[in-house]
Design a protein around this ligand. Structure first.
Ligand code: SAM
Ligand code: SF4
Length: 342
């Protein structure tokens, strides 16, 4: 087939009703995790039955269909993606799509605890960047937040990622009573190692213990607090996501702020999320979801899945349903973030 004929045979790209082309897929490969971070999971979590979780080959098939529809970037997440048994076979399958240039980027978000074991393999699969979640360098605060994580393991994992040549970005969830003290040491440490660091406002997702409003720290408040101790200058730099960046004069590094609760950044949203059971979630902050897993399992014909994906994209909301102020203390979704991934 000629190049022109092949192009005309390709199915039309995914575009939502607001004209946003969907080029980015976040895929949760498991809802399970070796940590129980207080803002993410309840101490006693109920996980999906294994039979409902898509097999790795099913996840790969789904990715292939999305790539065929124009998705160029895939981020694997969870739960803890590196806690899923055999997950490297999925990375290997996706790395073939990278090599074939069907995919531009393959990344992951991880708690870092398994990176000592997997960093080299990830690099060999063509992964160039990794987002590691780390809220504090204080071992006691880390243990209290993660409930069962080891800061030593995470720091060793970050070292291993560095050695493997992966570009590390640190994500920290801002929490009242924690981040005010932890932020400056975290910024200095991250910048000292050449990592960008992004703070994110805690979202009211899932049935976790404790009141969201007790935990919530607005990033405007955090930034004002930081400005007393370090010099922050706004920068036009964008990483392609929702973060807004500030330059730290003392370190020469950048700090990002993601503010789902206090500002909307939905206009440029080009992403969809798939849960590990194949539910396509159009927005992290809205309940709407379409069960692609069911279609995938009932039909061998990828076109049936494509039709379901297009119907789902037609339902993508204009913006999230989170409240715009602390006072409203909303709960936008009962769905835990560990199902969809952050
Ligand atoms: N386990 C991996 C990790 O922790 O990086 C990947 C999954 S985790 C759900 C993805 C991201 O979501 C993490 O950066 C985590 O800190 C963030 N997160 C979890 N619960 C959150 C919440 N309620 N509000 C905002 N971010 C949250
Ligand atoms: Fe696990 Fe990540 Fe949720 Fe923490 S934030 S409990 S590491 S999935």
């Amino acid at each position: 087939m000629s190049g022109a004929a092949a192009a005309s045979a390709a199915p039309p790209r995914l575009v939502d009703p607001f004209g946003r082309a969907i080029a980015y897929l976040r895929l949760s490969v498991t809802d399970r995790c070796n940590f129980r971070c207080v803002y993410c999971m309840a101490e006693k979590m109920t996980f999906l039955p294994h039979a409902e979780v898509l097999r790795l080959e099913e996840l790969d098939r789904l990715c292939a269909i999305f790539v065929g529809l124009g998705v160029k970037k895939i981020r694997l997440t969870g739960g803890e993606p590196l806690a899923r048994r055999g997950v490297m076979t999925l990375f290997q399958a996706l790395s073939r799509r990278l090599r074939a240039r069907e995919l531009d980027e393959l990344t992951l978000t991880t708690n870092g605890s398994q990176l000592v074991r997997y960093a080299d393999e990830l690099a060999a699969c063509g992964v160039k960047r990794v987002n590691v979640s780390l809220d504090t360098l204080d071992p006691a605060a880390f243990a209290a937040i993660s409930r069962r994580g080891s800061l030593t393991d995470v720091l060793a994992g970050i070292e291993a990622a560095d050695r493997a040549g992966l570009k590390v970005k640190i994500n920290a969830v801002a929490q009242k009573g924690v981040t005010e003290d932890c932020a400056v040491p975290l910024i200095r440490w991250a910048h000292g190692r050449g990592y960008d660091l992004t703070f994110i406002e805690v979202m009211p997702l899932g049935d976790v213990e404790g009141e969201w409003s007790q935990r919530f720290l607005s990033l405007a408040e955090l930034r004002a607090d930081l400005a007393q101790r370090i010099t922050l200058a706004p920068t036009p730099y964008r990483s392609g996501g929702p973060a807004r960046y500030w330059q730290v004069e003392e370190t020469g590094g950048r700090v990002g702020f993601i503010t789902p609760m206090t500002h909307s950044f939905c206009d440029s949203c080009n992403r969809v999320r798939i849960t590990c059971s194949g539910r396509m979630v159009l927005c992290l902050g809205a309940e709407a979801a379409v069960d692609l897993g069911k279609v995938l399992r009932e039909s061998d014909d990828d076109r049936d899945v494509e039709i379901a994906i297009r119907e789902a994209v037609a339902q993508k909301p204009k913006g999230h349903a989170f409240g715009s102020s602390e006072a409203r203390a909303p709960r936008a979704s009962a769905r835990p973030i560990s199902l969809t991934g952050g």
